[in-house]
Design a protein around this ligand. Structure first.
Ligand code: FPP
Length: 254
């Protein structure tokens, strides 16, 4: 049975009712890799790869929503990506503006709640403006949460969390010895989100690259050779159905 969304209809026959989607991840993290190689293969500038990557990201968000995923976190710009040429960084920083200008109406219609992970205060003012307005316009939505990791790095996130905790101890609002994993979760950018169940990485690279290091502790990892701009809802469907077949033991025995 298909839900009706107006704009953004499905492009394939997979639906939320498919048997392979019975056991599904609550929270998916995606490392969207391979935009540059995708462009190079076509003799195009890297920027064309990022633009195509943005369109693939739009399709992945729609598909996650259609498949009934509660939360998706997209690695859009890492703390290390500042090392790229200025023109490429500027292009990437303009993408959120372009993306939300075109997509915010559909996202609102779907009830999507937008959040950002990472230090957004270091982004250019026009990007920060987009961050602010997209969060504001969707803050009361109760559907899927979409997190954009922007100027995000797992190590920086952990250091900020430790600093926040240390400050609370220094001010007498927290006590050394009382810290638990569940309490520490609250100091992270992902506070309040469902546990990360599945990480997808495209383009054949087999590493985490500083993505959700704490949260990844028990996540299932799924890698594909597909370059991000070529990633489709069928690839996502495959990742979710593979996830459904994994035995998750969390360190215990069966
Ligand atoms: C990695 O591919 C990709 C990125 C650094 C950027 C990802 C961003 C998007 C897909 C769009 C984001 C859009 C919004 C609105 C937040 P790469 O350039 O490292 O590829 P390569 O390894 O083949 O060179």
């Amino acid at each position: 049975m298909f839900k009706s969304f107006g704009r953004g209809e499905r492009t394939s026959a997979t639906t939320v009712e498919h048997p392979a989607l019975q056991v599904k991840p609550r929270h998916i993290g995606i490392i969207m890799d391979g935009n540059g190689r995708w462009a190079k293969k076509r003799g195009l500038p890297r920027m064309a790869g990022h633009h195509a990557g943005m369109l693939a990201m739009r399709e992945a968000i729609r598909a996650c929503d259609d498949f009934g995923i509660e939360c998706v976190t997209l690695y859009a710009f890492s703390t290390e990506n500042w090392k790229r040429p200025v023109a490429e960084v500027e292009y990437l920083m303009r993408l959120p503006e372009q993306f939300f200008r075109n997509e915010i109406d559909e996202l609102i219609k779907r009830g999507v709640k937008i959040r950002f992970l990472g230090d957004t205060s270091r982004l250019p003012s026009y990007t920060q403006e987009t961050v602010r307005t997209s969060m504001q316009r969707t803050e009361h939505n109760t559907g899927m949460t979409v997190n954009f990791a922007l100027n995000y790095g797992g190590r920086t996130e952990l250091m900020s969390a430790i600093e926040r905790y240390a400050k609370e101890v220094a001010e007498g609002r927290a006590t050394v010895g009382d810290l638990t994993e569940a309490k520490f979760d609250r100091y992270l950018d992902t506070a309040g989100l469902p546990p990360l169940d599945l990480i997808i990485r495209t383009s054949g690279e087999i590493r985490l690259s500083n993505f959700l290091l704490w949260q990844a502790a028990y996540a299932e990892l799924w890698f594909t050779e597909v370059l991000w701009p070529d990633f489709t809802r069928d690839d996502l469907f495959q990742a979710i159905s593979d996830y459904g077949k994994r035995k998750r033991r969390f360190g215990a025995i069966e």
